[in-house]
Design a binder for this molecule. Sequence first.
Ligand code: G1P
Ligand code: ZN
Length: 543
Amino acid sequence: MSVRIVSTRPFDDQKPGTSGLRKKVKVFQKANYLENFVQSTFDAIGDFSGQTLVLGGDGRFYNREAIQTILKMAAANGFGRVLVGQGGILSTPAASHVIRKNKAYGGLILSASHNPAGPDEDFGIKYNIGNGGPAPEGVTEAIFARTTEISEYKVLEASNIPLDSVGSFKLGDMQVEVIDSVHDYAELMKSLFDFAAIRKLLAGGFRIKFDAMHAVTGPYATRILVGLLGAPVDSVMNCVPKEDFGGGHPDPNLTYAHELVDVMYADDAPEFGAASDGDGDRNMILGNHFFVTPSDSLAILAANAKAAPGYRGGIAGIARSMPTSAAADRVAAAMGLSCYETPTGWKFFGNLMDDGRVTLCGEESFGTGSNHVREKDGLWAVLFWLNILAVRQTSVAAIVHEHWKEFGRNYYSRHDYEGVDSAAAEQVLQNVRDQFATLPGQMLAGREVASCDDFAYTDPVDSSVSRNQGVRVLFKDGSRIIFRLSGTGTSGATIRIYLESYEADASKHDLDAQDALAAMITAAGEISRLRKLTGRDAPTVIT
Ligand code: G1P
Ligand code: ZN
């Protein structure tokens, strides 16, 4: 087997976004496109000779092909060993765990998360560092810089490795271990949660429904919920991963997870429902006829953390992304914990967890997790909820209502305008920026504006600064309107408007969030002149 050096030319569109490089499959299929990015990554991440790389993906179309290419490139570039998930499958949190457990140098995760999959849809690749978390900006910038000047890549001339059963292979001097995709992750979950209590809850007739949305969590949910916890087989749905995710959009929210929503709002709905996304890092939690916002979920997990054995010793602190509601801040204040507000994207939590400052982290975008790995973790959140339900012996809705009673309710919603013209989207944010000087002191939606800014974050651990992370209109009463452009899309621009208002009075906790936020929604449209600029009169997705 010999190493072939292939000459290539740079592509000008390989800048990683919020979560790695995401493009249409057709783009990744261009000659040398994937190879350029992988070689640029290898060139940018330092000396890994003889070290271990973890490799796996969400099973979407092009996953298997990409894995074979990456294996041969890893061998040619001097990795000592690659751990690859069986069938090429590793959920994002499982990959993070495998990196940590095996003290790997890093990992490559192949996923475009919840974006649809198939020959005409999306593919993605992301590099995670040795702590198991997404590469920080310094690393992704170095990778990007390398993509702009790359002139050759290295690949081993070898045949494909069989991925479908666990085994050990040689690829040149490199060892390839095809590992069970679920085993290590399941062991980790057993160490954090009271499996006996959850098993007892389920055996007592507490009915659950988990929707894997034809994506990566199918094997994980089946093994853990059905196999280890004894849930009836029909407690899980859409659990065989498909290369096109069954033609769906595996994003666990009320719009895209409608199949589960229908089950949970039916007359004979189970007590608990949950869904995860394409690569298994997101979660949606539902009760019987009840939706838990991700922001509330983070706050509730924090307030009830002691129910789970893995967190019984207490939690160090909580971090949330800036647009996530301040519900968790109230819990942190009551528990005397420190609370951090970071830019959007899980990568900002890594330093805080590594430095022991926080245990729990969350984003409004259906992401919750803890320092057990360095990614958000969908099934972890599901098991955490089940553990709390097993201890508290009450319903999801009752837990949430009691929480609001104690801490107040942060009414919250996010409105997305997808596929908008990029220049128009920029202008929507600029229109708000142009009023930064005049808005403070004005009344908007019946509230006084306190201040406006472009959110900037200084990492307290490494002092790195991230600017322009969202345009904020902050009100005196703690309400907020935030405008941001998505950094994960693959075509056009997506405007996200985040709306939040706080209500302490328990007699006013039963409003629909859209009704409670109606005046704020109107105000957001007016100050940004969104309708005029984009021609849209309604969001594409409301969460
Ligand atoms: C979105 C979410 C963000 C999340 C990211 C990756 O990014 O808003 O919270 O970390 O996906 O799952 P965005 O498209 O807003 O840049
Ligand atoms: Zn995801």
